[in-house]
Design a protein around this ligand. Structure first.
Ligand code: G3H
Length: 255
């Protein structure tokens, strides 16, 4: 039965590689909508991949969310490298503190025995504060580190679920509904075709910055995220998707 499970998962991995056009895929058993341990398994797969690809002096940028928090929980030192740095990918985007990128970067660095730098920005940010803040020398310095990161670890959320969790204004909720937002990653909201329909105003990594990253590692699972994962992969850059069986099966079922 164990072998059957392994074979089943590798068939799913192959199917997802073809359908989403991504070079590396890992599918772990289960459905992370129902069980927390499934997120931990995705976390472990993420840490093993990170161990393979992280070189000494690397900068690793991380986003927020409960999935990234699970990755942080199972983080261990990245044996083959040293002197690596964790940074948050973007400023706070309305999440509870335990789900914020800053908290997760600090936790990952503690577990991995690396360094970290934090990005302190008020959340949400008005246009005028934004324009001022990006001129602060201390902010400029950390933004340089973020934009020049070698590796990015990020989650994908279902658009409306994320918007509600972040207590988004009713005006923006209206925009997301009108424009049929399906997924969210890095504070950007995407429709079914992968077009950006809205973006949270904060400093940090911009989608364009992904182009120069060596590895973009995506961790997202749960049957409820199937459509969101498909939407992100329409245009979003990723070199590695770590997902679960329930999401993978649903993605392959969707036409
Ligand atoms: O950006 C994506 C979301 O942060 C994912 O959040 O891992 O809690 O579903 P989640």
């Amino acid at each position: 039965q164990f072998m059957g499970e392994i074979m089943g998962l590798s068939v799913l991995e192959k199917g997802i590689k073809d359908k989403l056009q991504v070079e590396n895929v890992v599918v772990v058993p289960g459905n992370s909508d129902d069980y927390e341990w499934v997120k931990q398994e995705m976390g472990k797969a993420c840490v093993s991949f990170l161990k393979k690809v992280t070189q000494s002096n690397a900068t690793i940028a991380v986003t927020g969310g409960t999935t990234m928090a699970s990755v942080a929980n199972v983080m261990t030192p990245l044996e083959k490298a040293d002197n690596y740095l964790f940074v948050p990918a973007r400023g706070g985007i309305g999440e509870k503190v335990e789900n914020q990128a800053n908290t997760i970067a600090a936790k990952m660095s503690r577990e991995a025995e690396g360094d970290y730098r934090l990005l302190y920005v008020p959340d949400p940010l008005s246009e005028i504060s934004y324009q001022n803040i990006i001129q602060e020398p201390s902010i400029i310095e950390i933004l340089q580190l973020i934009k020049n990161a070698n590796i990015v670890l990020h989650g994908i959320g279902d658009a409306l679920t994320m918007a509600e969790r972040r207590k988004t204004s009713s005006e923006v909720m209206g925009i997301l509904r009108d424009k049929k937002a399906v997924s969210e990653a890095f504070g950007y909201y995407f429709d079914q075709e992968g077009n950006v329909v809205h973006k949270v105003r904060t400093v940090g990594l911009q989608l364009e910055d992904l182009e120069t990253m060596e590895y973009v590692i995506t961790v997202a699972g749960g049957k409820s995220k199937a459509k969101a994962i498909e939407s992100y992969f329409k245009h979003g850059k990723s070199n590695m998707l770590i997902t679960d069986e329930a999401a993978a099966e649903q993605i392959l079922r969707d036409s």
